[in-house]
Design a protein around this ligand. Structure first.
Ligand code: RFL
Ligand code: PHB
Length: 392
């Protein structure tokens, strides 16, 4: 088989890139290791930046999002001194959209099917060949048979544990990493949200987040030690701990119920440079991971896809390779800004096991400054709603 762009990974990055390219008449094949149902069962991000909203609309997958998504003007931050609101719309004139990654992925699968795009599930042993030559190809096994796809370019959209990044020789790659000494225990419950917008809570017992998916589906998280397992946390224990970390008035009005999903995610910051090697381009989690505190993971995947799509389109439609040549530098400039913001929000909102009294007071004063300064709130809002794609 031959295609123009072979895409490894059928998560949000791979599907969105494939969707945009197909709509522009550029051929793709997406190779996904898992089944469609498995990909759709992963509960992950919930907040879309406005640029992501607009990119999904441009890709022709905005209709259900515009009908069912919930637009938020801001969010709440809760501290020992009380709760305050950061109004993104007032501070920087932008909003965010609450619409789950699962729904984004489902919409992309449906749109790919409608376009007749090729998405191959349960592709095993995917391997990339001659990536730094002129005739790259990808091999994989499906139902016991070996296959080969020749292509012009390969997009590595296969997440943190994929095969694309390790294909780049170690001598070329530089990896930057911070592992945080805690995880997030998250649950999904069919209950109405406890507030009109998200609440990020800094509490002596640890961080908590009250989020939502729709008027009868909530997503809550609490910071837990990395040694905890899901089995350590009954639903009752989770709700009790969550309520203890949220403001009393919120906890008192909270509707609880059985969890329909429960999982623990470790927190890390990770960036691998460069994001291009030869004819391979990395997109999304294959190149970088952020802790979820700033809701940036999915949105960074979308901005990578935007840059790569524009580069590929200019190349195929006008023979202009400049966007491909600058892809890594342009994408990384935005990635590092989001990495900084996610690190800052994580550091400001969590209890660290080795936090000294001094660290504690600095954290408190950081949040007090944010609570009282319109300028500090504007800086937070600008980053939370998402920096523009073209600010380099
Ligand atoms: P994904 O979503 O990991 O998709 C990669 C796809 O590639 C497939 N794959 C392979 N396919 C073929 N061959 C191979 N060898 C392959 N290896 C892997 C995988 O099966 C998968 O389908 O990466 P992508 O598309 O770059 O999208 C990135 C986002 O998914 C990610 O940034 C966010 O979900 C991060 N993230 C969160 N972000 C937020 O903004 N808010 C959150 O609350 C949030 N929670 C999370 C998260 C990521 C998590 N992970 C990765 C463990 C919670 C978790 C648990
Ligand atoms: C979520 O709804 O899953 C969510 C929202 C905001 C975050 C992280 C996760 O910062």
């Amino acid at each position: 088989m031959r295609t123009q762009v072979a895409i490894i990974g059928g998560g949000p990055s791979g599907l969105l890139l494939s969707q945009l390219l197909n709509k522009s008449g550029i051929e793709t094949v997406v190779l996904e290791r898992r089944t469609r149902d498995y990909v759709l069962s992963r509960i992950r991000a919930g907040v879309l930046e406005w640029s992501t909203v607009e990119l999904l609309r441009a890709a022709g997958v905005g209709d259900r999002m515009d009908r069912e998504g919930i637009v938020h003007d801001g969010c709440y931050l809760s501290t020992a001194k009380g709760m305050f609101h950061v109004d993104f719309k007032e501070r920087v004139g932008k909003q965010v959209m609450i619409y789950g990654q699962t729904e984004v992925t489902r919409d992309l699968y449906d749109a790919q099917e409608a376009l007749g795009a090729t998405v191959i599930h349960e592709a095993e042993d995917v391997a990339l060949h001659d990536v730094d030559g002129d005739a790259p190809f990808v091999t994989y096994t499906k139902d016991g048979a070996e296959h080969r796809i020749d292509c012009d370019y390969i997009a590595g959209c296969d997440g943190f544990h994929g095969v694309s990044r390790p294909t780049i020789p170690e001598s070329i790659r530089t990896e930057y990493e911070r592992v945080y000494p805690f995880g997030w225990l998250g649950i999904l419950a069919e209950t109405p949200p406890c507030a009109d917008e998200l609440i990020y809570a800094n509490h002596p017992r640890g961080f908590a987040l009250a989020s939502m998916r729709n008027p009868n589906l909530t997503r809550y998280y609490i910071q837990v030690p990395l040694t905890d397992t899901v089995e350590d946390w009954s639903d009752d224990a989770f709700w009790a701990e969550l309520k203890a970390r949220l403001p009393k008035e919120v906890a008192d009005g909270m509707v609880t119920g059985p969890s329909i999903e429960k999982s623990i995610a470790p927190l890390r910051s990770f960036v691998s440079e460069p994001m291009r090697w030869g004819r391979l381009f990395l997109c999304g989690d294959s190149a970088h991971i952020v802790p979820p505190t700033g809701a940036k993971g999915l949105n960074l995947a979308a901005s990578d896809v935007h840059y790569l799509f524009e580069g590929l389109k200019a190349f195929y439609q006008a023979g202009d390779a400049s966007g491909l040549d600058s892809y890594s530098d342009v994408a990384l400039a935005r990635v590092w800004k989001a990495t900084r913001f996610s690190w800052w929000m994580t550091t400001s909102m969590h209890r660290f096991p080795d936090q000294s009294d001094f660290d504690q007071r600095i954290q408190e004063s950081e949040l007090e400054y944010l609570a009282g300064s319109a300028v500090a709130q504007a800086a937070m809002a600008e980053n939370y709603v998402g920096l523009p794609f073209d600010d380099d």
